[in-house]
Design a protein around this ligand. Sequence first.
Ligand code: MRU
Length: 374
Amino acid sequence: MNVNGQHFRTIWLKPDDPTVVQIIDQRPLPHEFVIEDLTTVPEMAAAIQEMHVRGAGLIGAAAGYGMYLAALNAPRTSVADFGAAVELAGEQLKATRPTAVNLAWGVQRQLDVMAAAGDDVESKIEAALREAQVIADEDAEWCRRIGEHGVSLIEAVSRSKPGEPVNILTHCNAGWLAFVDYGSATAPIYAAHDRGIPVHVWVDETRPRNQGARLTAWELNEHGVPHTVIADNVGGHLMQHGLVDIVITGTDRTTYTGDVGNKIGTYLKALAARDNNVPFYVALPSSTFDWEMRDGVGEIPIEQRDGTEVKYISGWADDQRCTVLLTPADSPAANYAFDVTPARLVTGLITERGICAASEEGVLGLYPEQRKEG
Ligand code: MRU
């Protein structure tokens, strides 16, 4: 995607030094654009945990590159020592954020690839490097395809109201910043905009970290997509008054039965959408399905982050970043970072293979290789 007219991905290898992974540090956005160098697993783990990088697909790609850094820094004394070190690094990376399934998926993919590579450390390092790039390229391509499939939904609404913009509501940031490129929820929006279909996006601010107000709004602005930032509680009112044609969100983990784990507040938007007959779609690459989990509400681990994220708010004043206290200093705050929207409230899932019902038959119909025997 473009930043000031220059194409960027969210994670890449430093062109003149492939031992360095570079990322866009998302914390200072939209006010400052900062590129950060990472060379060790603890640095990558901190970048994931403290949300320099965030979002389902990008966390998966960060896991891929993090495991490559693990391989580069692992002892070369023996294959056994090397293997033990990369296993440990995988555990460290997986412990950073519990809800997004892409993290464990990216780590496991690298462990499998390294185990299958030639019986010497150098081959394993080369394999980890190649796989990190494959994971990143695949993520970008899957998101591009999500855009190709999802645009049909926006086109259909547009045909029903010629000349008027299609109003799309989204929550959090499931844009290109949350992936390697394109985004999941935003991919159909960018595809529609680029085809000349008039769209307008309602951007939920997404307290407490304001990924909508800071990141989605910045992305849409850079791409020239008309949008309006709204407080998190506005969506229901807009839906009651016919001002939302379709909701499209991302997800951090979706069960093979169609229950959707996503940023806190998504469930309430799905309830409001159902009450107002507004279609509620979720866009995801297959790397975000949990093929083992049946009951999302009961089983998806919900990350609880530090209460300071609720009590303080960060912004830009006097040409610098600043953070201010919102609440009484002594008030305790709870910070549940995700919730689960049951499949029955989800109109459909937009994947790289097409659009399906949020149900076991729908999902396994698109991904038959995931059917379990018996
Ligand atoms: O806590 P975050 O910002 O990493 O949350 C993840 C998300 O970006 C959202 O939940 C998003 O809607 C799904 S991931 C594309």
